[in-house]
Design a protein around this ligand. Structure first.
Ligand SMILES: [Fe+2]
Ligand SMILES: [Fe+2]
Length: 405
């Protein structure tokens, strides 16, 4: 039965209570491959239906991986050694390096955190929502607080996953490098939390879809699935989100903070590509490779279709807009469109580089319009500095386009 039709005949107060469950069922039933379902399904039930991420402290996730020791200390991965060397030189102290004295006033129009047209306000108006100027800037403020909160939760996922990956990986050079990533992620948690706590005074709960991804990869016993989930997919999401906010914001403290974090993240994704490239191309059976290819496609879709600020919707519009109306507002919002663009321009070339973009899966990416990213640069071909330069020049154009919108 068509779920939308069923929803339409329900009274409003019932409808907005059952809609999230229908929505979750739609995500879970969309996954066709049983092996992918076995990996994402239980995490999906915990995240989307039980909303484990929102059930208060603590959230416990069972880990099942083996810790890999090597008492011969081989030094046979030159690209990882180089990343380790660069990571040591690139360490920075968030306390002293960032201008925390900056007075952040999120409602000051002279120094906007993001431009006014980050959200599709016109679409909201079409749906009968009228906001005053003050409410519009409040809503934009909440969107930024929501994005930064998700960054922070993603960073906590990265901190714990980086520690797991350091234990589980078989490359000794990778373990040394991994330790620097653990430190990087700790610093990211520290600076994002400090920014939210002392400058924005607001923290949103973890988005259910982000929770599903973190839950699925933390509990997977296969080291390469953790790498794929964390270093390629979640780091790709992070680079997309950080990059978008970096190029849009005029707030100097946040801009500097993001610039520093992006440079660290560029190394993390590079490491993921180096570690997985050889493994996927030489160590896996075609069946195992296909499973990973399907898994990453499903996760990419989850990120594209589902990272839509539902927590902001619930706070502002639940009962006034249907979920599908909000989805339309969010998917057509310039700020979120830009985020998806930056995310996929980073993620898809990396999937290609590690061998997860075969002719078998390409038509699926084409169907959802992601083929334009097939030829982009992968993480091993671009440094953090180059990424920042690219964002700086793109930022000027997008700012002009959004201000004119
Ligand atoms: Fe990070
Ligand atoms: Fe990272």
């Amino acid at each position: 039965m068509d779920m939308n039709k069923l929803l339409n005949i329900l009274p409003n107060n019932v409808r907005h209570r059952v809609e999230p469950y229908f929505d979750a069922a739609e995500v879970l039933t969309a996954v066709k491959d049983p092996r992918v379902m076995a990996s994402l399904g239980p995490a999906g039930v915990r995240g989307l239906l039980l909303q484990r991420g929102k059930q208060g402290v603590p959230t416990l996730i069972q880990a099942h991986h083996e810790a890999f020791f090597d008492w011969t200390y081989p030094s046979d991965q030159p690209e990882m050694q180089d990343l380790y060397r660069r990571a040591k030189l690139g360490q920075w102290n968030g306390d002293t390096y960032l201008p925390w004295h900056t007075d952040v006033d999120p409602e000051n129009p002279e120094v906007p955190i993001v431009p006014k047209h980050f959200l599709n306000i016109a679409k909201l108006r079409d749906f009968g929502i009228k906001l005053t100027d003050k409410e519009e800037s409040r809503l934009t403020y909440d969107m930024v607080a929501w994005m930064l909160s998700q960054f922070l939760h993603g960073e906590q996922g990265a901190l714990l996953a980086a520690a797991q990956v350091t234990e589980a990986v078989q490359f000794f050079d990778g373990k040394l490098y991994g330790a620097t990533q653990v430190m990087d992620e700790a610093r990211h948690v520290e600076v994002f939390h400090r920014y939210l706590d002392t400058k924005m005074n607001k923290l949103y709960q973890i988005n259910d879809n982000l929770f599903v991804i973190i839950d699925a990869l933390m509990g997977d016993s296969r080291w390469d699935m953790k790498f794929l989930g964390m270093q390629i997919m979640v780091e790709g999401l992070a680079l997309g989100a950080f990059g978008t906010l970096y190029s849009l914001t005029k707030e100097p403290l946040l801009k500097e903070l993001l610039k520093m974090v992006i440079q660290d993240e560029a190394r993390h994704v590079h490491y993921g590509v180096v570690a997985l490239r050889e493994h996927f191309n030489t160590q896996l059976s075609p069946r195992e490779r296909n499973e990973r290819e399907d898994w990453s496609f499903e996760v990419a879709l989850l990120m594209r279709n589902r990272f839509l600020a539902w927590e902001v919707y619930e706070e502002w519009f639940e009962g006034r807009l249907t979920r599908s109306q909000w989805k339309e507002v969010a998917t057509t919002s310039p700020g979120l469109e830009e985020f998806r663009h930056v995310m996929f321009s980073r993620m898809v070339p990396n999937l290609r580089e590690i061998g997860l973009l075969s002719d078998r899966i390409k038509p699926h990416y084409e169907q959802v319009g992601l083929n334009k990213y097939f030829g982009g640069k992968s993480a091993d071909e671009i440094t953090g500095d180059e990424m920042i330069d690219e964002l700086d020049s793109a930022g000027v154009q997008h700012h002009a386009a959004m201000s004119a919108a």
